[in-house]
Design a protein around this ligand. Structure first.
Ligand code: CMP
Length: 138
């Protein structure tokens, strides 16, 4: 059924000039843009967004990296959105990402991995709510 996922184009992909190419890949794959924002996380807001990872060894580096430069946040809609978006972006570690996936094409490392994709419908809703009010969704 039609549902929503949440994505960020991460600081590495923004800095490397890949915003347009990544949005093109996303819309060509059939995702409709419901909300879209060019913004920047602070260490505090990145820490809140990734609170689920706070006990993982990579948390401090993740928060530092995600607040290091501007990002693009978006809510996307499609049949089977969460799973199909994770297929489109490929494995978390770009070295393991399938040919043609966004991370295989644009990511450099497991930290600088170009894009975020929600891992469940529940997290997609919470992550979208973190960035967008009701009036920012169309
Ligand atoms: P993402 O799934 O968007 O959000 C958590 C991020 O932590 C993940 O992307 C990776 O960029 C980063 N990360 C770094 N090391 C790891 C790891 N060992 N396992 C999972 N994620 C990691």
């Amino acid at each position: 059924s039609t549902n929503r996922t949440f994505t960020m184009i991460k600081p590495d992909a923004v800095a490397n000039g890949h915003i347009g190419a990544i949005i093109n890949d996303i819309t060509t794959a059939g995702f409709k843009i419901v909300a879209l924002k060019y913004t920047k996380l602070t260490a505090e807001t990145a820490g809140q967004f990734y609170e689920v990872h706070k006990d993982r060894p990579f948390y401090a580096d993740l928060v530092s990296f995600m607040s290091s430069g501007p990002i693009v946040a978006a809510i996307l809609e499609k049949d089977n959105a969460v799973e199909d978006f994770r297929t489109l972006i490929g494995a978390t570690n770009p070295a393991q990402a399938a040919e043609g996936t966004i991370r295989q094409k644009y990511a450099k490392s497991i930290d600088a991995n170009a894009v975020h994709g929600s891992d469940s419908d529940e997290n997609a809703a919470a992550e979208g709510d973190f960035f967008f009010t009701a009036g920012e969704r169309f």
